[in-house]
Design a protein around this ligand. Structure first.
Ligand SMILES: [Zn+2]
Length: 349
C-alpha cells in the first residue's frame, strides 16, 4: 500500500474501507469497541477459556470488579458484525472503534464487519494505558512513537493495510506515568503531522483532564480537535466541567447505557445515569459549548452487548435520543452531537 499524503487526506474522513466524503459519515458513535480484549494482561490465558457466561450472574458481571475473561474479551467478528448492523438498523451510520495497542486490535476483522454490516467503521491508533502496553514502548523515543501513529493513519495499522481515521484512545492511568506522557506527546506530534483528531482516555482522577490540557498546550495540540473521553466517570462538578469546556476541548460522555452508580474500576466514583448525563450536557450547551459535545457507549464488556442482555450499541438511538427530545433538546442540538461535531472531528485538516 502506498503512503497517503496529507494533501490526499485533507477534507476527507477515513474508514477501515478507505477515504470517504465526510458528508457520508452521518450519525456517529464516537467511542466504541467491537472486537477487543480488555482483560488485564496478568489475567490473560492462552488458549482463552471458552465456557459461556452465566447470565444468572448478569448483575454481578455488570457491577463487580471481577475480571472474567469471557466478559472482558470479544474477538468474534460475527458478533461484531451483528452489533454494527444493529446500529445501522436503528439509524446510525458510523462507529468509531478505539481498540488500539494493548487491547488486541483486529483491523481486518473490523473491515469485514463493516463490509458485512453496512456500518462505516473509523478505527483509532496508538496505545492504551501503561499497564496494557508492551514494555518495549518504554525504550522507544517520542519521535518513533509519533511515526508509528502517522504510519497507522497514512499506511496501515498493526501489520495490515487498514488505515486509522483518528488518534487514540491514548490511555492514561492514575498516577499518570512517564510512558503515558511520552505517548501523549507523540500523539500531539502525530496530530500536527496528519491533521487527524485526537481522543484521550483520561486517568480516573477529577484533576487529570486539566493536566491533559496543560500537556496538550505545551506540545502544540489543536484543542478544538482533541476529545477528552469518559467525562461521566471523571468530572463531577461544574467548575471543572466549565473550565474544560472554556479551554476549547471536546467533551465526550461515552458511558451511556450504564445506569448504575456502581463503577467497577473505581468504587469511589458515583456514576451518573443517562438522565444525569443529559443534565450535565444541557449545562454545557447552555454555556454556549453545544459544538463541543459527543456521546457514545464505550462497550467493552460482553454483558453490555444486546445479544447478552445488555443495552447494546443501538441504545443511544433507541432510548437516549428520544429521552433528549422529551427533555427539551432541539433537533439542532441533537444533530450537532450526533452528526455535526463528529463530522468536523473526523475530517482531516
Ligand atoms: Zn474505550
Amino acid at each position: 500500500m502506498p503512503r497517503l499524503s496529507r494533501d490526499q487526506m485533507r477534507g476527507k474522513a477515513q474508514t477501515v474501507l478507505g477515504l470517504i466524503d465526510p458528508s457520508e459519515l452521518g450519525s456517529t458513535l464516537m467511542h466504541e469497541h467491537l472486537i477487543w480484549n480488555i482483560t488485564p494482561p496478568s489475567l490473560r490465558s492462552d488458549p482463552p477459556p471458552t465456557e459461556d457466561l452465566d447470565l444468572f450472574r448478569w448483575w454481578d458481571l455488570q457491577t463487580s470488579t471481577l475480571k472474567e475473561y469471557r466478559n472482558t474479551t470479544q474477538l468474534d467478528v460475527g458478533a461484531a458484525t451483528r452489533a454494527a448492523a444493529e446500529v445501522v438498523q436503528h439509524g446510525g451510520r458510523t462507529i468509531v472503534e478505539l481498540t488500539i495497542g494493548g487491547l488486541m486490535p483486529d483491523p481486518g476483522g473490523l473491515a469485514k464487519a463493516s463490509r458485512d454490516s453496512g456500518a462505516q467503521i473509523v478505527m483509532g491508533c496508538g496505545h492504551y494505558v501503561h499497564d496494557y502496553q508492551d514494555p518495549a514502548n518504554e525504550h522507544r523515543s517520542v519521535e518513533e512513537l509519533a511515526q508509528e501513529m502517522v504510519d497507522q493513519v497514512q499506511l496501515g495499522a498493526w501489520g495490515t493495510d487498514v488505515r486509522a481515521g483518528l488518534l487514540g484512545e491514548i490511555g492514561c492511568q492514575w498516577p499518570w506515568t512517564d510512558l503515558e506522557k511520552k505517548m501523549l506527546h507523540a500523539a500531539c506530534l502525530a496530530q500536527q503531522e496528519t491533521g487527524a483528531a485526537l481522543t484521550i482516555h483520561p486517568a480516573r482522577h477529577e484533576d487529570h483532564p486539566w493536566m491533559l490540557v496543560e500537556l496538550l498546550r505545551e506540545h502544540g495540540a489543536d484543542l478544538s480537535r482533541t476529545i477528552i473521553d469518559h467525562i461521566d466517570r471523571t468530572i463531577f462538578d461544574d467548575d471543572r466541567l466549565f473550565r474544560l469546556a472554556d479551554a476549547g476541548v471536546i467533551l465526550e460522555w461515552d458511558l451511556f447505557g450504564q445506569e448504575s452508580c456502581y463503577y467497577a474500576p473505581n468504587i469511589d466514583i458515583d456514576m451518573p445515569n443517562d438522565a444525569g448525563r443529559l443534565r450535565d450536557i444541557r449545562k454545557v450547551i447552555d454555556r454556549g459549548h453545544g459544538d463541543q459535545v459527543v456521546i457514545s457507549h464505550d462497550i467493552c464488556h460482553v454483558v453490555q452487548m444486546s445479544e447478552w442482555g445488555g443495552h447494546g450499541y443501538a441504545h443511544i438511538y433507541k432510548k437516549v435520543i428520544p429521552l433528549m427530545r422529551r427533555r427539551g433538546y432541539t433537533e439542532a442540538e441533537i444533530d450537532a452531537i450526533m452528526v455535526g461535531t463528529p463530522r468536523r472531528l473526523l475530517t482531516f485538516i
